[in-house]
Design a protein around this ligand. Structure first.
Ligand SMILES: [Fe+2]
Length: 384
């Protein structure tokens, strides 16, 4: 059995760790950092304590606070151009997956130049990027420990993936207080993204024993805590478990990669700007069902981790898992595919083509053709 596993990110989980951000950056010899965040985080007041900590430690910063969901290539190029030659020795990403993925893209451009589109694909980065510290504010992306950055190419309306070990963040600071004001819609979509990461990592072709262990535990943590974290934000313990669960899922899929659910959701996000977690949640049960016969036992084990009765046969447990996944989506108010803004059956051929083109298509549990993708789009669209 041959495999590699990498987790270069130091992880510090502690309620109130945001008050120590400055000291943590200083310990990494960061004196002047670029803060990348979004307007929702800024307006919610989540930067206040962090900035006070930077001031206390004498760390200076400049800020870009306009990252959009499904982050755009032009924004990455703009931030890099605006901060070129400013002696920035670290990037502090405060936000969800869009913010962290933008930080990764900008970190590459700082030291390698060019446009973000030049780095599409795997292992294209030559020079070590500017080091990144992440403070996640959602429990979903896992991007604080992965080597992926997914950026929308606005001309092609296509979400391109950059995969490179060099963009793995140096440090992740997890503070449960920062998810207390998360709107339910974001808690649900990001939580379903995390569930998708853990399930795709476990059933992926390049899964390995370490990613397996992480993925199974993440499925359990997320499935036990997601509903409570979405509907009862006052439940700090549930939010904390989601924060850990999504990070563990990130460590799993960072090494095992993802599969066709993400290939589909990135195709959809590129064309319709659909929130990433919503698109994943819609297609997770359909792809899971399609994949079962590639490895019934593995899909049954996902079922058991989701709480299916262990007395059930592998086949029945895998089928029961599909129903659980549909139910999860319903309970966290994920819309049906036909109700997603912009969806038009005339686009399905292009969506199938773009899904097949995705860097992670090869890794799906079952080999997929464009026809298979097309069938899944039609099945999901036909469901009332
Ligand atoms: Fe994802």
């Amino acid at each position: 059995m041959d495999f590699e596993f990498l987790l270069p990110t130091k992880i510090v989980m502690k309620k109130g760790i945001r008050f120590e951000t400055g000291a943590q950056l200083k310990a990494l010899s960061m004196e002047h950092v670029l803060v990348i965040t979004d307007s929702g985080i800024k307006n919610a007041g989540l930067l206040t304590d962090i900035y006070a900590s930077l001031a206390e430690s004498g760390v200076t910063f400049e800020e870009f606070s306009d990252v959009k969901p499904n982050p755009r290539d032009a924004d990455c190029d703009l931030i890099a151009a605006q901060t070129k030659g400013r002696k920035i020795d670290g990037i502090l990403a405060i936000g969800g997956g869009s913010v962290i993925d933008t930080a990764k893209a900008v970190s590459i451009l700082h030291t390698n130049g060019g446009s973000v589109n030049d780095y599409e694909g795997a292992f294209t980065v030559k020079v070590d990027p500017t080091p990144i510290v992440c403070i996640p504010t959602t429990a979903g992306t896992g991007s604080e420990v992965t080597f992926f950055s997914v950026i929308t190419d606005m001309k092609r309306k296509y979400k391109m993936s950059i995969l490179d070990y060099k963009i793995g963040p140096k440090l992740a600071l997890l503070d449960v207080d920062l998810t207390a004001s998360l709107p339910a819609s974001i808690a649900s979509s990001t939580g379903m993204d995390a569930l998708t990461h853990s399930i795709e990592a476990y059933t992926a072709r390049v899964a390995n024993p370490i990613s397996d262990a992480l993925a199974l535990h993440a499925i359990k943590l997320i499935s036990e805590n997601l509903l409570e974290a979405v509907h009862g934000t006052a439940n700090e313990q549930a939010r904390e478990q989601m924060l850990v669960g999504s990070l563990i899922a990130g460590a799993a899929f960072g090494n095992a990669d993802i599969g066709s659910v993400h290939c589909i959701s990135e195709a959809i996000g590129g064309l319709y700007d659909t929130p990433h977690g919503v698109a994943n949640a819609i297609f997770l049960p359909y792809v899971f069902k399609q994949n079962i016969d590639a490895d019934v036992k593995r899909h049954a084990e996902v079922g058991y981790a989701l709480g299916v009765d262990r007395a059930l046969s592998h086949e029945d447990a895998a089928k029961a898992a599909v129903e659980i996944l549909f139910t999860f989506s319903e309970k966290v108010n994920i819309p049906k595919f036909r109700n997603v803004r912009g969806v038009n059956p005339e686009d399905f051929a292009l969506l199938a083509q773009n899904s097949k083109k995705n860097i992670s298509d090869f890794n799906n549990a079952k080999a997929m053709t464009e026809q298979d993708y097309l069938r899944i789009f039609e099945e999901a669209y036909g469901t009332e």
